[in-house]
Design a binder for this molecule. Structure first.
Ligand code: GAR
Length: 220
């Protein structure tokens, strides 16, 4: 039990990615333990999900802190107290500062609902639609000092379809988020991630050269 990777999952909202991680752990598809869930939003539904799963929770309402540094310092304290090995940002809508990044150096990952480096930031499903891309998707990446700029661990691609709205695209993407986030954590738990600058290699996997997609599909 004690040598399981200990996760600190940070949320701000619904927590469906948190739920997927919980489900993967419960069904034995991911060897890790969620030590603590922290939300900066007291009303986040993810807190209910955590409580239902019997996971310790903390609410750090960012509005109650004098600034980002004070918030980050308390967050560091809470995560260290819980013995967290890997910080998992799952819909966490706050930027983390230098002290936090240094404290958990190489041990912070994030999921983003676009195919980075396209569409960093917020409202990215709408931005993808507005741009007219034929594919979007999601990305799990290490967190660095930029916004959604860190080295990429895994991505999933989904088509953008005629008639899509930001909501329909977001839910198509979210389904894939629920698969790639537990997978990325599993790579980490199994010690299979080899990071060399921006390049992340996963031990024991080979790319699939036939995994080519066309959208719209080729005819004939
Ligand atoms: C997810 O789509 C996640 O990728 C996104 O927020 C949603 C959270 O959903 N994260 C970001 O945009 C981070 N910049 P969830 O609370 O149901 O997991």
């Amino acid at each position: 039990m004690s040598d399981l990777l200990k996760l600190g999952v940070l949320i701000s909202g619904s927590g469906s990615n948190l739920q997927s991680i919980i489900n993967h752990i419960e069904k034995g598809a991911l060897s890790a333990r969620i030590s603590i869930v922290v939300s900066n939003a007291p009303e986040a539904y993810g807190l209910v999900r955590a409580e239902k799963a019997g996971i310790s929770c903390a609410v750090l309402d960012h509005r109650e802190f004098s600034g980002r540094e004070a918030f980050d310092r308390e967050l560091i304290r809470v995560l260290k107290n819980a013995g967290v090995d890997l910080v998992v940002l799952a819909g966490f809508m706050r930027i983390l500062g230098g002290e936090f990044l240094r404290t958990f150096d190489q041990r912070i990952i994030n999921i983003h609902p676009a195919l980075l480096p396209a569409f960093p930031g917020t409202h990215v499903q709408q931005k993808a639609l507005d741009y007219g891309v034929k594919f979007s998707g999601c990305t799990v990446h290490f967190v660095d000092e930029g916004v959604d700029t860190g080295p990429i661990i895994i991505q999933a691609v989904v088509p953008v379809l005629p008639g899509d709205t930001a909501d329909t695209l977001a839910s198509r993407i979210l389904k894939e988020e629920h698969k790639i986030y537990p997978q990325a954590i599993r790579y980490f738990a199994e010690g299979r991630i080899v990071k060399n600058g921006r390049h992340v290699e996963i031990r024991g996997v080979r790319g699939d050269k036939d995994a080519v997609l066309h959208n719209p599909p080729l005819e004939g």
